[in-house]
Design a protein around this ligand. Structure first.
Ligand code: SF4
Length: 553
């Protein structure tokens, strides 16, 4: 099986990155060379090169990525991208005639607490004076502020490593030498731990399913945190990469997988580097390798950098990306736990999910199950955006009211701004009115309120953003990130973008027009992306109904 994995498929995206860095673009000669090297059809490599944002168009000597995510959109009064375009003198997706600068629009850089943001090469530039800073970027720029992290749990803190209090790799040597995979799965089942990436699937069930499938197997840490507004996975990978790796190793042990992959989005270059360094350090310390800690268990990890695609965070699309293919979604079944990477059983878990596993095994599943709410156990990292008085990442127990997050932890909005709507869970999550914030942080309760938790981001939308601007923003994101594999989503998101740009104000017509489109998308789309957009748009239409139908939008 070594021949079917390793530097074979997972090396394709990195080779495309290298070609782009060396030559400013992936040209025909490079496509043929990469196809030859990886024994792939040229068309497959060309398909990947054309799919991912990182390989689109030519690169200038200076390459700037401007964030068009929701927090940046809000903090720059809906004008983030034009602001960068004016400062650099080049349109998004283009390179200046002399090749000195190029600009790309991306949908989140993970600096939502300090928006607006651009990534100049690998240097983040943030803040309200972003335009001036981009103009002066040849001079040293101040480092972007670190992510503020606060614990707001009355009980034990699961992700204490972020505060430097608890070292990682404490449970791994004992587990791998003295426990059984079944015992690890049983402890995680007792904890009630569910996936934190948005799907909320019980972790132990996924591991059991993978373990049942004939090996060899893989485990994958999904660090492709694409939800605009969410930056907790970036915090984990940059501040506590060992905890993520230890969680992945425990997942490998519980499923009988001897290879692990950490997939990190390319918009997080620091996270990529820290995860790679953590893997090297873990190998040197004997946590990874053959016969780990004297046991009969082999386990090693590879870090793979993504290439700029929101949908590649969906697990079947992610597996395509890891194999150097277009990041398109495929129908399930078969589930990845039966047929995943290289067609072999693969358990994909979100980074935050894996980071909680060492704590569960150290303190016991029953202790973990006492945290949070009976309906949803444990803690969640919640991200508050720049418009809050106290933005940052907060670790809270499930079940706290959203109002507590917004008013008590976030401190309300910065002076001069009034909360008009709260976006929760990113573009597929949805919007709530400020009057509806007594709903608890629980998937079921949020679903009843017409929104979804997603990655746990809260983006404050102030009253200076109009309903029309917000509607266009949501549809533009959906149209840009649809993978195109199914017609209802591919065509529907473009139709939605057109309707948002041209909708008639002051009438109910916009709502009925939208509803027909949303109905088709929600029932006929193939994956959670196309089925999630309609719920998010419906929530926006609900919260902004008066503005949209009164003609004030
Ligand atoms: Fe792709 Fe959208 Fe269809 Fe999902 S719903 S498979 S993202 S086109």
């Amino acid at each position: 099986w070594e021949r079917r994995f390793g530097s074979e498929e997972t090396g394709v995206l990195q080779r495309l990155h290298d070609a782009t860095a060396d030559h400013g673009r992936v040209d025909r000669r490079e496509l043929h060379a990469i196809a030859e090297e990886f024994r792939l059809p040229v068309a497959a490599v060309a398909g990947a090169a054309g799919f991912y944002a990182d390989f689109g168009g030519a690169r200038g000597t200076r390459h700037v990525r401007i964030c068009a995510g929701t927090s940046c959109f809000v903090s720059a009064g809906a004008h983030t991208v034009p602001l960068a375009e004016a400062a650099l003198g080049v349109a998004p997706g283009h390179t200046s005639p002399d090749g000195s600068v190029s600009l790309t629009e991306v949908h989140c850089l993970g600096y939502c607490y300090a928006s607006p943001t651009a990534l100049d090469g690998h240097t983040p530039i943030t803040g309200p004076d972003l335009g001036e800073r981009l103009l002066a970027a040849e001079h040293p720029v101040a480092a972007a502020p670190a992510i503020p992290y606060r614990v707001a749990s009355r009980n034990a803190v699961v992700l204490a490593g972020l505060t430097g209090e608890v070292r990682s790799w404490q449970v791994w040597p004992h587990v791998v030498t003295a426990e059984s995979p079944g015992a690890v799965r049983a402890e995680v089942a007792l904890a009630g731990l569910r996936g934190r990436g948005g799907a909320e699937f019980p972790v132990a069930d996924k591991w059991r399913s993978a373990a049942r499938s004939p090996g060899p197997r893989f485990v994958v840490a999904n660090g492709d945190e694409g939800d605009p507004g969410s930056f907790c996975d970036r915090l984990l990978m940059e501040s506590d990469p060992d905890r993520v790796l230890e969680g992945l190793a425990l997942a490998g042990f519980a499923t009988g997988a001897s290879r692990g992959v950490v997939f990190v989005r390319s918009e997080y270059p620091v996270a990529v580097a820290r995860m790679q360094a953590a893997v090297e350090a873990a190998r040197a310390a004997g946590h990874l390798g053959c016969g780990v800690h004297g046991s009969s268990f082999d386990f090693d990890v590879e870090v793979v950098q993504g290439a700029g695609s929101y949908v590649a965070g969906e697990e079947t699309a992610l597996l395509h990306a890891l194999q150097g293919l277009r990041g398109g979604v495929r129908p399930r079944p078969p589930y990845p736990t039966e047929s995943g990477l290289a067609g072999l059983p693969t358990a994909v878990n979100n980074v935050e999910t894996l980071a909680a596993v060492p704590w569960v095994l150290r303190h016991g599943g029953a202790t973990y199950a006492k945290l949070g709410d009976q309906r949803e156990t444990g803690t969640k990292l919640v991200c508050l955006s720049q418009r809050f008085r106290h933005p940052g990442v907060y670790e809270v127990e499930f079940g706290v009211p959203l109002r507590y997050l917004v008013d008590t932890l976030g401190g309300g909005l910065k002076p001069g701004f009034r909360l008009r709507a709260l976006q929760i869970g990113g573009p597929l999550g949805g919007f709530l009115s400020p009057d509806d914030l007594d709903v608890p942080l629980l998937a079921e309760a949020l679903s009843k309120a017409g929104v979804a938790l997603g990655h746990g981001s809260l983006v404050a939308i102030d009253d200076q953003i109009t309903a029309r601007e917000l509607l266009q923003h949501v549809w533009s994101f959906a149209a840009a990130e649809s993978c195109g594999a199914c017609t209802p989503c591919r065509v529907g998101t473009r139709r939605g973008r057109e309707m948002a740009a041209n909708f008639p104000t002051g009438s109910e017509q916009i709502l009925s027009q939208h509803e027909k489109l949303l109905e088709v998308m929600s029932v006929a789309s193939m994956c959670a992306f196309g089925r999630g957009v309609p719920a998010a748009v419906r929530s926006l239409l609900r919260v902004y109904r008066d503005e949209l139908t009164s003609g004030d939008a």
